[in-house]
Design a protein around this ligand. Structure first.
Ligand code: ASP
Ligand code: MG
Length: 606
């Protein structure tokens, strides 16, 4: 007999008939011998309707009253579902967040869960009842009983947190799609259902999967090792399993207050190859990394910053022992990548550096928390560590530093992020061998809501990145992809580099304005904004140790004449910025190139 937490989203409980269908499904599972806790959302678009009502009364509704209002949606559903279950002859009881004892922070409208009491639920389960719990809500403390909500889409979070607290065997998320798809089916009808995905991959695919499964829920599943499955409420199809490796025992106190960073990783066995001044045209990255993969060289980080004039710089890291081979390949291909300039052809220059290390901070909690990257940069600056390369993904920030700085960097970061010795991992321990058996690419995501900002000529000295991203964090602007260029310009005797990053488009103008002002103070150059970009990413745990994955992505773009403006990577993700008008095409060709397209077209539910 298993203890299962099921969660039904708004459309799944959108009408009386659907609530009855949910009751049938719950009964079936109980009759199969399981104990059930069922978490529900508000019916259909109820929450949207309530939000609208509030704004008709006030342009700035009081947050406490907003929670009082929004929490009513779920309260309707729990009562109706319990009645429907009782009507089927199944004992059931509904409970609000307060009645269960879901204690959250006191932050109205976006509270995080601190703790969940399980005694009352256990008692009811023992009495043979199905316990129906209101999702999305809690109370600020058992003393003052203020109603809080978790933020939109928060019922997923409630369900997985309950599963963690109860030690449930697994959590089922029922929704109106059959599971998690390899990409957005509205843009690529050939998208296929994934049978499974790891929680790390799911987090990196947040921009693709967030509508189906909230990243906060994935974070809890990962932290507590809760097995999770996303399934359709309309069928018995198996859906998509989100798997987490069972983490070490972890306290259930401050359940959602996990530190934004939960591990520090380093790799001292890295070397960097940079190609300077390669032409800014489609196909360059493809031919470089194509040749590298034909020579069976496995690259780790790849970074291409914003272009300057009509050339780009591309840098990548490899394991030190294969540096000579990587350098030879780069040197051999450089003449072919020469750039027809005014004064004859200008050959790309190859630069290598062997004594470098990669230091990364990792953690699901950095999603949506501005300032984590800034804190890393500030910590490194205080420790006097200069950052040579930066590359970021959804749940990881990696900096390349000199190898002699690595120990200092790791100890400063562990202190700053309060990481005790165990989760400081050498990359060799995390990804020990090739061929994990996982597919190199699990899914492809397109983010069309970003803009790119480039700051020219930022003095290359410790503390500059910290300053810059600290300022953005103060304005609660989250940055996504951060890239520091390779190319160095001497301005008034000071070496400078360009730093580029992406932000949500709605934050772009404010960020630019603020950075122009700050730039005057700190001696930065021009602040260039490009709103017409898209970011396309591939994610897959199986790409670790498999040469040729990046090359395949770049080749798919090159064959379609799509120019790559920026590249950033983490171990399990490669992201490219392309022009906005080419975003959808880029997504489609990359999805096809990795053989993810199914033979059947996916019909998007209305
Ligand atoms: N009803 C809430 C919302 O629409 C919570 C949820 O459905 O997950 O945001
Ligand atoms: Mg949802």
């Amino acid at each position: 007999m298993a203890l299962i937490v099921q969660k039904y989203g708004g459309t799944s409980v959108g009408s009386v008939e659907r609530i009855q269908a949910v009751a049938q499904r719950v009964c079936k599972s109980v009759n199969a011998g399981n104990s059930l806790v069922v978490v529900v959302s508000a019916m259909g678009k109820t929450t949207d309707g309530l939000v609208k009502l509030a704004y008709e009364i006030s342009p700035t509704p009081n947050r406490r009253e907003m929670d009082m209002l929004l929490s009513t949606g779920e309260q309707v559903t729990i009562a109706l579902l319990s009645m429907a279950l009782q009507e089927c002859g199944q004992a059931a009881i509904s409970m609000t967040g307060a009645q269960v004892g879901i204690v959250t922070e006191a932050t109205h409208t976006k509270a995080r869960i601190l703790q969940i009491s399980t005694e009352r639920i256990q008692q009811h389960l023992q009495e043979g009842k199905v316990v129906v719990v209101a999702g999305f809500q809690g109370i600020s403390s058992t003393a003052n009983l203020e109603i809080t909500t978790l933020g939109r889409g928060g019922s997923d979070t409630s369900a997985v947190a309950l599963a963690a607290a109860l030690g449930a065997d697994y959590c089922e998320i029922y929704t109106d799609v059959p599971g998690i798809l390899t990409t957005d089916p509205r843009l690529v009808p050939e998208a296929q259902l994934m049978a499974e995905i790891t929680s790390d991959e799911m987090l990196e695919l947040a921009s693709l999967g967030a509508k189906v499964l909230h990243p906060r829920a994935v974070e809890i599943a990962r932290n507590y090792g809760v097995p999770l499955v996303v399934r359709s409420s309309w069928s018995d199809a198996p859906g998509t399993w989100v798997r987490s490796t069972r983490p070490p025992e972890r306290s259930l106190i401050n359940l959602e207050l996990a530190r934004p960073v939960d591990a520090i990783e380093f790799d001292t066995n890295q070397a960097r190859v940079a190609l300077l001044r390669v032409p800014d045209r489609p196909g360059v990255a493809a031919s470089l990394f194509g040749e590298i993969s034909r020579q069976n060289v496995d690259v780790d980080l790849i970074i291409q910053s914003i272009h300057e004039g009509n050339t780009n710089d591309i840098a990548f890291t490899v394991m030190t022992p294969i540096l000579p081979k990587a350098e030879a390949v780069a040197a051999a291909i450089a003449p072919a990548l020469s750039n027809p300039g005014e004064h004859g052809s200008d050959t790309a220059e190859v630069m290598v550096k062997s004594d470098i290390a990669k230091v990364s901070i990792a953690g699901a909690g950095m999603i949506g928390r501005p300032g984590v990257a800034a804190k890393m940069f500030a910590t490194l600056a205080e420790a006097g560590v200069n950052i040579r390369m930066i590359s970021t993904s959804e749940v990881k920030v990696s900096c390349v530093v000199d190898v002699c700085d690595c120990d200092r960097a790791v100890s400063a970061l562990s202190q700053a992020f309060e990481i005790t010795s165990s989760p400081i991992r050498s990359v060799v321990d995390i990804h020990p061998g090739k061929n994990t058996g996982k597919p190199p690419v699990r899914g492809v995501a397109l983010d069309q809501n970003q803009a790119r900002i480039a700051i020219r000529h930022v003095p290359d000295k410790p503390g500059m990145a910290a300053k810059l991203f600290g300022l953005l964090a103060e304005k609660t602007i989250s940055v996504d992809m951060i890239i520091q260029s390779q190319r160095c310009h001497i301005i008034n005797g000071v070496p400078t580099r360009d730093i580029a990053f992406t932000v949500a488009r709605m934050d772009a103008l404010a960020a630019q304005e603020m950075l122009i002002t700050a730039g005057k103070e700190y001696g930065w150059g021009e602040v260039v904004l490009d709103q017409e970009i898209s970011k396309v990413s591939i994610v897959g745990a199986g790409m670790v140790g498999q040469p040729g994955v990046a090359a395949k992505m770049f080749t798919a773009l090159a064959q379609n004449q799509i120019n790559i403006q920026m590249i950033a990577t983490s171990e399990i993700k490669i992201s490219c910025v392309v022009s906005q008008s080419e975003g959808v095409k880029a997504l489609q060709v990359i999805h096809a190139a990795f053989g993810l397209a199914g033979s059947e077209k996916f019909v998007v539910p209305a």
